[in-house]
Design a protein around this ligand. Structure first.
Ligand code: C2E
Ligand code: CA
Ligand code: CA
Ligand code: CA
Length: 268
């Protein structure tokens, strides 16, 4: 048993070493990613289900590292969030998204950006918002800041203050990955929220899983009675779309409508 125990321990160690090595490579690579032009943005439309018109675009970051190849944002964003790198990436992302999208959007369409609450607040964040408005011509109501439910719960006090500030400026606020945060939901009363984005894990099995159906219906009913808009994520099939629409969901996003696209793909 002892030998086995030691064997397992050693195996675990190697695994951990590899993971740490990868994280270090990512952290190191991220420092040069912007100056080496390795970052790019793609945009995924959010569709109004009643009219099928484009309601807005979510901005999603892409990194193709010369050394490491393509790396998913689910892998590099958490690393960037541990340092100041996330602030540089966010500045670049917001300004680039304004330049790419504003010429293509009407006043009613929104740009959805993913933001971690730890990075907002402070002078740099305010300067960035002001720059988007004054220099790039963004209207505050065209910006929708998406913050994940998990991040919100971890930093509740910070988030309440910051999100209220954004709302005062006329910027919209969406709770991302809604339903995954094991929250008490009491924050829905404390926070000025414009949209809930229903996490795609609930949408995925909507046709077959009655529990997921029940959860989605409950989320939709709750949002409607609180006067909060709904955006369903990860819609891949006609059946999922039909179900969401029949339950009164306003807006949806997913491969069924479009994959995330470069700005050139949007134009044609
Ligand atoms: P998210 O905000 O929940 O973004 C939605 C993710 O679902 C995106 O993954 C998108 O490509 C994917 N997706 C969209 N439609 C479908 C579909 O129909 N089916 C499936 N299976 N997936 C779909 P992506 O682009 O890999 O981004 C992963 C996460 O990385 C995002 O999750 C977001 O949390 C984070 N992220 C991406 N860009 C940024 C950024 O600029 N800043 C920050 N802070 N986070 C970002
Ligand atoms: Ca998002
Ligand atoms: Ca999401
Ligand atoms: Ca997510």
């Amino acid at each position: 048993a002892k030998a086995l125990g030691r064997g397992c321990y050693a195996f675990f160690d190697v695994d951990l070493d590899q993971r740490n090595h990868r994280l270090m490579q990512i952290k190191h690579g991220l420092r040069h990613a912007l100056s080496r032009n390795e970052m790019s943005l793609v945009y995924q439309p959010e569709i109004h289900l009643e009219t099928r018109e484009i309601f807005g675009y979510e901005v999603l970051m892409r990194w193709h590292s010369e050394e490491l190849g393509p790396i998913s944002p689910s892998e590099f964003i958490p690393v960037a969030e541990e340092s100041d790198i996330i602030a540089d990436l966010t500045s670049w992302m917001m300004l680039q998204a304004c330049r790419d999208l504003l010429p293509l959007l009407n006043d009613k369409m929104q740009i959805g950006v993913n933001i971690s609450p730890r990075q907002f607040g402070g002078d740099r964040w305010l300067t960035l918002i002001r720059q988007c408005i004054d220099q790039e011509g963004l209207r505050p109501s065209q910006l929708c800041v998406e913050i994940t439910e998990g991040a919100l719960i971890r930093d509740m006090e910070q988030a309440v203050v910051q999100l209220s500030e954004l709302r005062k400026l006329g910027i919209r606020v969406a709770i991302d990955d809604f339903g995954t945060g094991y929250s008490s939901l009491s924050y829905l009363k404390r926070l000025p929220i414009d949209f809930l984005k229903i996490d795609r894990t609930f949408v995925a099995d909507i046709e077959t899983d009655q529990d997921d159906q029940a959860i989605i219906c409950a989320i939709i009913n709750m949002a409607q009675s609180l006067g909060i808009g709904l955006i369903a994520e990860g819609v891949e099939t006609q059946e999922q779309l039909k179900f969401l629409k029949s339950q009164g969901c306003d807006i949806a996003q997913g491969y069924f409508f479009a994959r995330p696209m470069s700005v050139d793909q949007i134009k044609c």
